[in-house]
Design a protein around this ligand. Structure first.
Ligand SMILES: Nc1nc2c(ncn2[C@@H]2O[C@H](COP(=O)(O)OP(=O)(O)OP(=O)(O)O)[C@@H](O)[C@H]2O)c(=O)[nH]1
Ligand SMILES: [Zn+2]
Length: 189
């Protein structure tokens, strides 16, 4: 496992504080490098983890229709600016031969994948690919909607702008009706 170098993060944060013209020795900032190091250890704890691990345990249940876990909240860090983006993920899949995953594992896959410097598109495809590879379902459809702080607090400054990314695998790649079913479930429940 990749051990995080907390003293190095602390040193870097101290340098950033100096570089922006702050005094790292003033009372309010004394513990800041250490706090930021601990925060990074937490928000980047998915760097060496593979979300496939959550689909190693499966159940067998005679369910051959959609399973949809919606409104999974997540937050991540944009890899371009290292500021947060956050929102909700919705994951639908159709089991093959009754192979189903624990529902919490879908949320765990999102959370782990989000805990590294990321792109929204990559979280979406990583989760979809992990489920395809491990569960071999009839199809997977992952939809993520998020607000990016790098578009809100700086740069273009458009608070409230939402980015929606989707990845369809298996039957969802070419079945418009099946995709529409998920979109209507997302709206109606
Ligand atoms: N595709 C994609 N882009 C993202 C994501 N998060 C942030 N970005 C974008 O990454 C881009 C980086 O663009 P650059 O031109 O290299 O950096 P910049 O000068 O800071 O860009 P501005 O944000 O336009 O000021 C910006 O357009 C961001 O909106 C993401 O998850 N996916
Ligand atoms: Zn950004």
């Amino acid at each position: 496992m990749n051990e995080m170098d907390l003293p190095k993060i602390e040193k870097a944060v101290t340098m950033i504080l100096e570089a922006i013209g702050e005094d790292p020795q003033r009372e309010g900032l004394l513990e800041t490098p250490n706090r930021v190091a601990k925060m990074y250890a937490e928000v980047f704890q998915g760097i060496d983890k593979d979300p496939k691990q959550y689909f190693e345990t499966v159940f067998h249940e005679n369910h051959d229709e959609v399973v949809l876990v919606k409104d999974i909240p997540f937050h991540s860090m944009c890899e371009h600016h290292l500021v947060p983006f956050f929102g909700h993920a919705h994951i639908a899949y159709i089991p093959r031969n009754g192979v189903v995953a624990g529902l919490s594992k879908l949320a765990r896959a999102v959370e782990t994948t989000a805990k590294r410097p990321q792109l929204q598109e990559r979280i979406t495809s990583t989760v979809a690919n992990a489920m395809m590879g491990m569960l071999n379902p009839i199809g997977v459809y992952v939809i993520i909607e998020a607000e990016h702080m790098c578009m809100t607090m700086r740069g273009i400054k458009k608070p409230g702008a939402k980015t929606v990314t989707t990845v369809a695998r298996g039957i969802y790649e070419h079945d418009d009706v099946k995709r529409a079913e998920i979109l209507s479930l997302l709206k109606s429940i």
